[in-house]
Write a protein that binds this ligand. Structure first.
Ligand SMILES: Nc1ncnc2c1ncn2[C@@H]1O[C@H](COP(=O)(O)OP(=O)(O)OP(=O)(O)O)[C@@H](O)[C@H]1O
Length: 454
């Protein structure tokens, strides 16, 4: 969609920001509404039919944590999962902005913004589709060379990955239940999508359920649905995830985390191919393909009697085992290149190559967080680097082998320190210019330099 046809909503509790944005955007967009009070968001999102929402991350009630921004982002996406939201953030919030993208925002702009950049970000967001339920079609793989940059491209250069992919594509059309095994971040969800896309159910829903994030008390109503009055909060009838996946595929991630009593409930549903909503006595027939994944040693769990053997037999008609990234160094360069291109475009950065010294450094590292860790490391390097070619120093890797990564893979202090070093280098040690570039006062920059011993 063109910006000139778009209806845009801007939410910020700073009236100056609102008027500046409105002044700029009303010259380019079809309609621009502004709102100071985020409490009005649910009403506006439900009734306003907006093509794009610009949402402040830090409302004054909660200046620094961004928590309120996340809260409102969630509310918007609850009401309209396809909503396009761009977060407005301040300098120092890059980590939060990236978290917001992971939470479903389409992009972010830093305050104070440059008008041209803001317009480009908005136009790109409006033009690019965003469909979180349907899967973006993949590019056809070439003969193992670097993957092309689409959202769901599977990069596979190594023999082991190509073998897994070939098997996945062969079983995709069979409707067999598939269990995907692999460490965290090896691409289990990605592979599940791939199987769905290559199946005859490809144009039907692909529903992902993270069983690890589901409490025991929510399990049944989330998966099987409930009827009005089944429990205090059940204000209306609601379909569960199995019903949502009707005709398509359900992907149960972290299946090894289920308690034995929940395993029994799931087994019944799989055996009978029916679900009964909580509070109802009418079973509903299911036409759903089942894919599961775990990072646990499920055979060992069966031996230890923490996972039911009969359930394992039901879910693992076919097993696909994703190798950890450290066992397929051939994939590292291709993946790094793929993410470099993707993030350079996304953040509009000049970086376009990776030095062979850096490739070597990456191949010697053991990647405990696998592809997700590599993706985050490249994302961070692309944001911070001022050069065209990434060098070994641009990539922060956890030094000790086997150390688990943090949830996001980002260390805000590392990032801040590095940004300061780069800005100082760029302006030949001129504090005033570096502070201006970083959006800090001179005093604030001095304080930070002192803190980092620079
Ligand atoms: N072969 C691949 N090529 C390109 N990107 C990939 C590939 N495999 C995984 N990814 C990307 O790596 C990230 C992690 O992948 P994914 O979420 O599928 O891993 P996972 O094994 O399901 O993780 P977890 O165990 O934490 O659920 C995602 O952003 C995904 O798009």
């Amino acid at each position: 969609m063109q910006l000139s046809e778009a209806k845009i909503l801007i939410i910020d509790d700073d009236v100056d920001v609102l008027s500046a944005a409105k002044l700029l955007l009303k010259r380019h967009a079809k309609a621009v509404d502004i709102e100071k009070n985020p409490q009005k968001l649910p009403f506006l999102v439900t009734n306003g039919d907006y093509n794009l929402i610009l949402l402040d991350m830090n409302f004054t009630r909660d200046v620094n944590s961004g928590r309120e921004g996340f809260h409102w982002l969630d509310r918007i996406l609850d009401i309209n999962p396809a909503a396009k939201v761009i977060m407005i953030t301040a300098y120092g919030d890059i980590e939060m902005a990236i978290r917001a993208i992971k939470a479903g925002a389409i992009d972010f702009v830093l305050k104070p913004w440059e008008n041209d950049k803001l317009l480009t970000t908005i136009s790109v967001a409006l033009e690019g589709g965003k469909d979180k339920v349907a899967v973006v079609p993949e590019e056809k793989k070439d003969d193992g060379k670097k993957g092309k940059a689409t959202a769901d491209t599977i990069v596979a250069t190594s023999d082991s990955m190509r073998h897994v992919l070939a098997t996945a594509e062969r079983v995709a059309s069979t409707d067999a239940n598939v269990l995907i095994l692999g460490e965290n971040g090896t691409g289990k969800t990605q592979l599940a999508k791939h199987v769905h896309q290559h199946s005859k159910r490809a144009d039907k829903p692909f529903v992902v359920v993270d069983l690890g994030a589901l409490s025991e008390s929510l399990f049944e109503s989330e998966l099987f649905g409930h009827v009005k009055g089944a429990f205090t909060d059940a204000k209306e009838d609601r379909a569960g995830r199995f019903e949502e996946a009707k005709g398509g595929t359900i992907f149960l991630d972290e299946i090894g985390n289920l308690t034995l009593s929940l395993q029994a409930k799931l087994l019944t549903v799989i055996q009978e191919r029916k679900v009964t909503r909580v509070g109802s006595n009418k079973p509903i027939a299911l036409d759903v393909r089942l894919l599961c994944a775990t990072n646990m040693n499920i055979e060992k769990m069966v031996t230890e009697k923490t996972f039911r053997q009969d359930l394992l037999y039901r879910i693992n008609t076919i097993e696909l085992d994703l190798p950890p990234l450290r066992d397929r160094p051939e994939d590292i360069g291709a993946l790094a290149d793929y993410y470099l291109k993707q993030y350079a475009k996304k953040y509009n950065r000049p970086v376009n190559d990776i030095s062979s010294a850096l490739i070597k450094k990456m191949q010697q590292y053991n990647w405990p967080g696998n592809i997700r860790e590599l993706q985050h490391a490249i994302e961070r390097a692309v944001i911070l680097s001022q050069e065209k070619t990434l060098q070994p120093d641009d990539l922060f890797l956890k030094s000790s082998a086997g150390t688990p990564t943090t949830a996001t893979g980002f260390d805000l202090e590392d990032m801040e320190k590095n940004m300061i070093v780069k800005a100082m280098k760029r302006f030949n040690g001129n504090i005033t210019d570096a502070a201006r570039e970083l959006g800090l006062s001179r005093a604030a920059l001095y304080r930070r330099m002192e803190k980092y011993g620079l």
